[in-house]
Write a protein that binds this ligand. Structure first.
Ligand SMILES: [Zn+2]
Length: 138
């Protein structure tokens, strides 16, 4: 399945933290498959957002930076950033096994049922649910 940068990030966030042994092993493998290589991180200029607890300065950087004013290490502010134009060229063909396919399908279906689908997760719904239903018809 061909996935974009945003789809890979969103899918990683959707994956559950807990499960039984077998499921968790598969989830860990899928997380690894979805994660970004060093080359990809450089290609899309991926950066994390950091905040200085002292002076509240914000900064975008890949690794944990020190605050330029206070000299203290900054803490993750939770947001990530990348070059959207460059990211359009980064498409990864991800192999997703049957059981993980079923899990991902259930996760996006749940989002839809809860009316929590967004512009960014809608394409995952299309790939995991709509395309799957269409392939069953053939
Ligand atoms: Zn500071």
């Amino acid at each position: 399945m061909k996935l974009t940068v945003i789809e890979r990030l969103k899918l990683q966030n959707l994956l559950p933290e807990a499960g039984n042994f077998v499921t968790l092993k598969l989830i860990r493998k899928l997380r690894e498959t979805l994660s970004f290589s060093e080359q990809e991180i450089a290609a899309i200029e991926f950066k994390n957002e950091w905040k200085c607890e002292e002076c509240k300065t914000m900064k975008l950087n890949l690794q944990n930076p020190k605050c330029e004013k206070c000299g203290k290490y900054m803490t993750p502010a939770g947001r990530v950033n990348w070059d959207e134009v460059k990211a359009l060229k980064v498409i990864k063909d991800v192999h997703i096994g049957k059981s993980m396919q079923a899990l991902c399908q259930a996760l996006v279906k749940k989002l839809s049922d809860e009316e929590a689908l967004t512009e960014q997760t809608m394409s995952l719904y299309e790939k995991f649910v709509v395309e799957d239903e269409e392939s069953e018809k053939c």
